[in-house]
Design a protein around this ligand. Sequence first.
Ligand code: 2P0
Length: 353
Amino acid sequence: MSGHKIATAEASPNIALIKYWGKRDDKLFLPLNGSLSVTLDAPIKTRTTVLFSEQLKKDEFWLNGRRQTEEESADVVRVLNLLRSDESRSRALVVSFNSFPSSAGLASSASGIAALTLGGAHALNLKLDPQALSIIARQGSGSACRSIMGGFVEWTKGAHQDGRDSYAVQIEPHTFWPEIRILIAIVTSQKKEVSSRVGQTRTVKTSSLFLQRLKEVDKHLSAVKELIARKDTENLFLEVMRESNNLHAVMMDSWPPFFYLNDVSRNIIRAVMEFNSGSIKAAYTFDAGPNAFIITTDDCANELKNQISRISGVEEVLESKVGEGPKILQDDSSHLIDVNAMIPVSLSPKQAM
Ligand code: 2P0
């Protein structure tokens, strides 16, 4: 149909081994430190269809079958504005489904914004390289810049004020370490008391422990990179657990303090520590929520999964590998938008994907 530009992309969340927490520029989403993550593999993903049309009156964003409010759409609209050139001010309809339960507390903003960036760029026929895509995704939500790539990914903090050198790069592809498994233990939770955006600002403003973290975090990032290159599981897993502890310590050191870990999270930490008695075979890591991400290897995954599943308050344990990264879906039947009617297709997430 004339005047319509449409594309569908899929991207997966990433889990940080060295965390992004704290911005040096709130508007451009420039971080105070570099971070490093693993992109999850395809069964855990967000599919997003982006349609630009001159017939649309305004931007509209649907997530998991529900039309989002203006406030809930703000990150998406910011990315759309970065993608649209001055001449192409077509409004957009964006329809997104997550393959994982929204209660999973996975970084759906990372996979969603990455899929939007890639799909939007494709729909507009922009020939952007991964670096340029990563810079745009970063301004939707910081950690999204890392979901533009698969495998092991580093987000370099950069030094320029305009953010041109703050983007993600792949340090190893998904094929580098096929034995790695990531267990995701979904823990019963209420809605977050403090959003990660608000939490970061509070930490930067009030935590003196955070200043200490900033002095050391780059050293840990270099160490983690080297341990990945050497596939030194024992020392890598140790670094990962201590980094997670450090992040949650600065949250507690902020004022007023805030907590993402709950009793179930702490019982998971205890279970992983017990599993590791003798030698370190797994690492727990937590983001801005109570769900645990447990990095281990294929030979340990089943036993550990069984043990974690038995912990009271653990709802479900998902299993993932290192993912390949986002992709464009070429088949028109994968679109989540009825192009003629310009409305979301009426499918449940399961049917859609
Ligand atoms: C990370 N997190 O590196 C860290 C670890 C949570 C804890 O990135 O304000 O949603 O949109 O840039 O990316 C979560 O923060 O924050 C996050 P914004 P974002 O994955």
